[in-house]
Design a binder for this molecule. Structure first.
Ligand code: GSH
Length: 236
């Protein structure tokens, strides 16, 4: 379907939620790469699209949409008229879908984001911070595990934007944070299945970065080694 959509993004867990949703809906869109390492997201022109200075953000004609969760809801409400990846507003499944979407936005995103920060990018080593946020990430994964033991997808019998939002964080988490996803069997099955979708693979590669999985893993390994090489700075 043709559209007037421009997606401002970078291939991170939050960024690819938007591109995977666009791919699932078969919408055409322009991609504006925002290299967050160069702080383009803090430039004046970009703050007019997302006042929070983060990716992803989207414009659809004169409409701006920021926050990955609102982008997903916007696209589903406006373009998913066949209900391919969403439930209709007003149905019990819609509420379930929004609940699991918000679970990711308010739980997995911030907690796993802090775990990534302390384990891979912090300027100091805090064993307390590492443990606190990895433990909380795993607790949140156990909530997903319980749900996926009773339901094939988070909102019910259909794959929806709630699955996409949680998937983009879960598929990388264990590798970055060094824990075994096999601890969560139902979650592993769900991740493996979603990862096979061609739409997900296309959306996860927006904007295209010439980086293999091995190169990415090596970056994570050396980032962890840098933290491991520091002295723990927690005061007891
Ligand atoms: N709650 C926001 C979080 C967005 C976010 O944290 N984006 C990160 C990339 S995953 C970012 O732009 N980081 C750069 C920065 O903080 O300046 C959302 O879901 O869209």
């Amino acid at each position: 379907m043709s559209s007037d959509i421009t997606l401002y993004t970078w291939a991170t867990a939050n960024g690819i939620k938007a591109s995977i949703t666009l791919e699932e809906l078969g919408l055409s869109y322009k991609t504006e790469p925002i290299d967050i390492g160069s702080n383009i997201q803090k430039e004046e022109w970009f703050l007019k699209i997302n006042p929070n200075g983060r990716i992803p953000a989207l414009t659809d004609g004169s409409q701006r949409v920021f926050e990955s969760g609102s982008i997903m809801l916007y696209l589903a409400d406006k373009y998913d008229t066949d209900r391919k990846i969403s439930y209709a507003p007003g149905t019990p499944e819609y509420i379930e879908q929004v609940s699991w979407l918000m679970f990711q936005i308010g739980g997995i995103g911030p907690m796993q984001g802090q775990a990534n920060h302390f384990r891979l990018v912090a300027g100091v080593r805090s064993d307390y911070g590492i443990k606190r946020y990895i433990d909380e990430t795993k607790r949140l994964y156990s909530v997903l595990e319980s749900r996926l033991k009773e339901s094939p997808y988070l909102a019910g019998s259909k794959y929806t934007i709630a699955d996409i939002a949680n998937y983009t964080w879960v598929h990388r988490g264990p590798g970055m944070l060094e824990f075994d996803i096999s601890e969560f069997q139902a979650l592993k099955k769900w991740v493996d299945e979603i990862g096979k979708r061609a739409t997900v693979q296309r959306g996860a590669d927006v904007p295209r970065r010439d980086q293999t999985d091995e190169q990415r893993e090596e970056l994570f390994r050396s980032a962890r080694a840098r933290i491991d090489g520091m002295t723990n700075s927690d005061k007891h």
